[in-house]
Design a binder for this molecule. Structure first.
Ligand code: PMP
Length: 396
């Protein structure tokens, strides 16, 4: 395993990792959104400044260059997950990517979700009129694929699971989930929000049919994300928003549309954000996702061991969770814990994490969640454990 210092030295690349007074900030909410490295900030500044122009339309050089930059970004993000450029739709985020499939898939039927899904992988299916079935979890908080195997029927058109849970950090055995889905003629959509920044991802090896990601969790900007889908599947979905850039020919009688992915990108796209996301992919790959994964795995082990020293703390999720640890402290509401930790410049998340059904299953109103990024280090773990010890003294 790589030394922790390999990535902790990277903290200096992230201006957001300091408090307003310049002290180290123990930011442990990367699962909600990641801090941005200076190279991404610089790329945005250039793209919105000296390089700025529209894409796809201009006959002048700057616009042609911007178009090349935007399409290069599409290639880069696709390659980051092992896909091709004609398979990658830029969206506003993972939420929009999942909504696109839920609403535009040409048929309806049953969709199998799991009990740990984020609201953005539940509500779109309900809104779009799918019949939702819920796969239970194993005792240690993984999606129970044995149960999925028993539940899946020929009526299932879609299986949509989190590749990595944003609450428990559990990692899905995606190839097995894909095999189970394909056995009954269904497709597998992976919500890759939490896996794209944490694990080496290759959509071919995962054997999924769709993969959704968010740029802002991947060390890139907000307002950009992606839906990867196999080209023939994307082209089976009709356009969902009409406007400029997605058309072939428009008359008042009828209009025709471009093939995927452009048919799903009506209007002027998030040019600046797409270009900066590609730079974030370069940054992450410059470190190596295997290195980041090993690093976060060590921090998870350290934190779980540290939390086990307290007899009033319940740990949720599997031991080998990917970069995310949820826990509850007996007699202390997670919000109170979060507030006390904030006084010590430790930022954790407290709440339902947009997974209310999972909270109900765990039988808690909320959990405290610490989540790591490539910049996290042992100091952050130590500061969190110190803050928990102090909270315990305060609450007696
Ligand atoms: N799925 C998971 C597992 C997530 O963690 C999140 C973000 N918390 C989302 C979906 C939604 O992502 P976004 O809000 O960036 O679209």
């Amino acid at each position: 395993a790589p030394a922790l210092s390999v990535t902790s030295a990277r903290k200096a690349d992230f201006p957001g990792m300091r408090t307003a007074s310049g002290a180290p900030w123990h930011y442990l909410d990367t699962a909600a959104t990641s801090q941005k490295p200076q190279v991404v900030i610089d790329a945005m500044t250039r793209a919105i400044g000296a390089d700025y122009a529209t894409v796809h339309r201009g006959v002048y050089g700057r616009s042609a260059d911007m178009t090349l930059g935007y399409e290069a970004a599409r290639r880069r993000v696709a390659a980051f997950i092992g896909g091709r450029e004609d398979e990658l739709v830029f969206t506003r985020g993972a939420t929009e990517a999942i909504n696109l499939v839920a609403h535009q898939w040409p048929t309806r039927g049953r969709v199998l979700l799991s009990a740990l899904e984020h609201h953005s992988n539940i509500v779109p299916w309900q809104l779009a009129g799918w019949q939702v079935d819920v796969c239970p979890l194993t005792a240690d908080g993984r999606i129970d694929l044995d149960a999925a195997e028993r539940m899946l029927t020929a009526e299932h058109r879609m299986v949509s699971f989190a590749h990595v849970s944003n609450v428990l950090g559990s990692v899905l055995d995606a190839p097995r989930a894909a095999a189970l889905a394909h056995d009954v003629g269904a497709l597998l959509l992976l919500d890759g929000c939490q896996s794209a920044p944490r694990l080496p991802v290759d959509v071919a090896a995962l054997d999924c049919d769709f993969y959704a990601l968010s740029g802002h969790k991947l060390y890139g900007p907000t307002g950009i994300g992606a839906l990867w889908g196999r080209s023939e599947l994307l082209n089976r979905m009709p356009p969902w928003q009409g406007g400029g850039s997605m058309i072939d020919k428009v008359t008042f009688a009828a209009s025709t549309y471009l093939p995927a992915p452009t048919r799903f990108e009506a209007g002027t796209p998030a040019i600046v954000e797409a270009i900066a996301l590609a730079v974030a992919c370069d940054y992450v790959d410059g470190i190596g996702r295997d290195v980041i994964h090993a690093h976060e795995t060590q921090l998870v082990a350290q934190l779980r061991d540290g939390l086990r020293q307290f007899d009033d703390i319940t740990l949720f999720g599997p031991e080998d969770s990917a970069g995310i640890v949820s826990f509850a402290m007996h007699g202390v509401h997670p919000h109170d814990l979060g507030t006390i930790l904030d006084e010590e410049d430790v930022a954790i998340r407290a709440g339902h994490h947009c997974a209310q059904p999972l909270m109900e299953l765990l039988d808690v109103p909320a959990t405290a969640r610490a989540s790591f990024g490539l910049y996290s280090d042992e100091d952050d773990v130590a500061a969190l454990l110190r803050g928990i010890a102090r909270t315990r003294r305060i609450f007696g």
